[in-house]
Ligand binder design. Structure first.
Ligand SMILES: Cc1ncc(COP(=O)(O)O)c(C=O)c1O
Length: 490
């Protein structure tokens, strides 16, 4: 035991020199024996246990491969549980959704015994599907890592691996991103992005963003988000100005209009903008992708005034033809700060090394759960080894298949749906007259019929899908189209 004496306020003070007796049997540098953690990790019982778990999950989940109605004997209990949930959280959930804790790819079993096709996945979170076997074993590996959470003062080697692999992925097409900060929510990743931008462009105190953007629910993000109702009563934390997003139907005009709006703002508040905030595919706003030409024109104008470029990829990460939307749109060279979340299981802010704040602006007790770190590593494996990316990758193939199916339904049922919209594994349609009521009504009918989607945007409101990219097959898309078709025919 190292000797300690009490300092002021009773805190122990470490001695400046430690005697060899005090060091006891500390090893010399050349010694290296198995860590006790390695002894645990290499214990053959773990491998057997993991295999047993995988087998048990496989057997249990196998029948979950089609829509099933709720079991009548469970509905009263289920409704009671939902009521208790509503009482606790102060309001009903959007859907009567409580998972049983088991699923199979895009299929999920609910606690009322129903089975649904989950094409919204917690708004883009369960990108590897339900009860993914690799995630089951990743969860066990995490449970054997001593602590549930990791953070600023409590990190294990998997944090290093995940950081390095995320950075390598972000840089693979030339983005000059040297640092990565993990965190627990998309809003917090965005908060960190904002802080980095303001720190580096002080005293600039404004942000410029797209009409209709969504950035999260913290006080600053509610300000950035272009939805007045999301900030009722919330004090103004940030000065934000908006410019029109891309209008794909009118691209040349749209570029001109948005660049002119940006130019006007930059001249109105010279030196006051820290960053141009961009979602490359507007998510909550209604699934509007921009184009390389559109974004490049804006970025080049912003760069003239030294305004930093932030890509908010919290929703789009993992869903387009390349892992990052900036890579899909070939904007890598312009990235100053980039955020991801949802499908990555943990959230992160990437930024240029030159932007690293010298003051202690960035720190958190929790950076991620051990299970989230392990799950992110599984996702990275699946992204690297799978066939999701490339112009012919499954993300784009599934998009085309889904989009042409929606197009057919739009032709078959004119006035009932229009579209499709979106990009890659972010796909949407406009229901009926595009009113919020039409969207909400159809989304609930879909849920009852076994297909989970969700609303997005306003004016027109849309119904969107975020299918799980690593497990969705064309046959799942056909099942979704069949359910939607039968509702429309009804
Ligand atoms: C583009 C975008 N940014 C940020 C967020 C906020 O993420 P979180 O809900 O994890 O805070 C979201 C969530 O939907 C999002 O879509």
């Amino acid at each position: 035991m190292i000797g300690r004496r009490a300092g002021k306020r009773g805190f122990p003070i470490l001695p400046t020199t430690i005697s060899s007796q005090e060091l006891g049997n500390v090893m010399t540098e050349s010694e290296r024996t198995l860590l006790r953690a390695d002894v645990l990790r290499q214990d053959p019982r773990l491998e057997q246990a993991m295999q047993l778990l995988r087998d048990a999950v496989t057997d249990a989940q196998a029948p979950l491969n089609k829509v099933c109605r709720p079991q009548s004997g469970r509905t009263i209990e289920y409704e009671e549980l939902l009521d208790r949930l509503a009482a606790g959280r102060g309001g009903k959930t959007y859907f009567p959704y409580l998972s049983s804790g088991l699923g199979n790819g895009p299929w999920v079993e609910l606690d009322d015994g129903s089975v649904k096709l989950d094409f919204i996945t917690g708004i883009g979170v369960h990108g590897m599907g339900h009860s993914n076997l690799d995630l089951v074993t990743a969860g066990v590996r995490a449970a054997l890592q001593d602590t549930v959470m990791q953070g600023n003062l409590q990190q294990n080697p998997p944090t290093v691996h995940v950081l390095e692999r995320l950075l390598a992925l972000a840089r693979q097409h030339g983005a000059p991103l040297g640092n990565c900060l993990l965190t627990t929510s998309g809003a917090m990743a965005n908060e960190n992005a904002l802080k980095i931008a303001f720190y580096n462009r002080a005293p600039a105190d404004r942000i410029i963003a797209f009409d209709n953007c969504f950035a999260g629910r913290s006080i600053a993000m509610a300000q950035l988000t272009d939805r007045p109702k999301y900030r009722t009563g919330v004090p103004t934390a940030l000065a934000v100005d908006y410019i029109p997003p891309s209008d794909a139907e009118n691209s040349a005009e749209s570029i001109e209009r948005s660049v002119a709006a940006l130019d006007k703002q930059l001249k109105r508040h010279p030196g006051k903008y820290a960053a141009l905030w961009m979602e490359l595919v507007a998510g909550e706003g209604g699934y509007y992708p921009g184009s390389t030409e559109f974004f490049t024109a804006l970025i080049e104008r912003a760069n003239q005034d030294d305004v930093l470029i932030i890509f908010d990829e919290v929703q789009s990460f993992g869903r387009l033809s390349r892992p990052f939307a900036m890579q899909h749109f070939q904007l890598d060279q312009y990235a100053d700060i980039v955020t991801i979340g949802k499908i990555s299981q943990l959230c992160a802010t990437f930024y240029r090394e030159t932007l690293h704040p010298k003051d202690p602006l960035l720190s958190q007790t929790f950076t991620a759960a051990s299970s989230a770190i392990e799950a992110c590593l599984v996702l990275l494996d699946q992204m690297e080894q799978g066939s999701m990316f490339g112009p012919e990758g499954t993300n784009m193939q599934i998009h085309h298949h889904f989009a042409s199916g929606l197009q057919r339904l739009a032709e078959q049922y004119p006035g009932q749906i229009s579209g499709p919209f979106g990009a890659g594994m972010m796909i949407a349609f406009t229901p009926g007259d595009g009113s919020a009521n039409a969207a909400s009504e159809l989304v609930h009918r879909m849920f009852a019929a076994g297909l989970m989607g969700f609303v997005a945007g306003g004016n027109p409101a849309r119904i969107r899908f975020l299918p799980p990219p690593t497990v969705t097959k064309l046959e799942h898309v056909d099942a979704a189209l069949a359910i939607l078709g039968s509702i429309l025919a009804d």
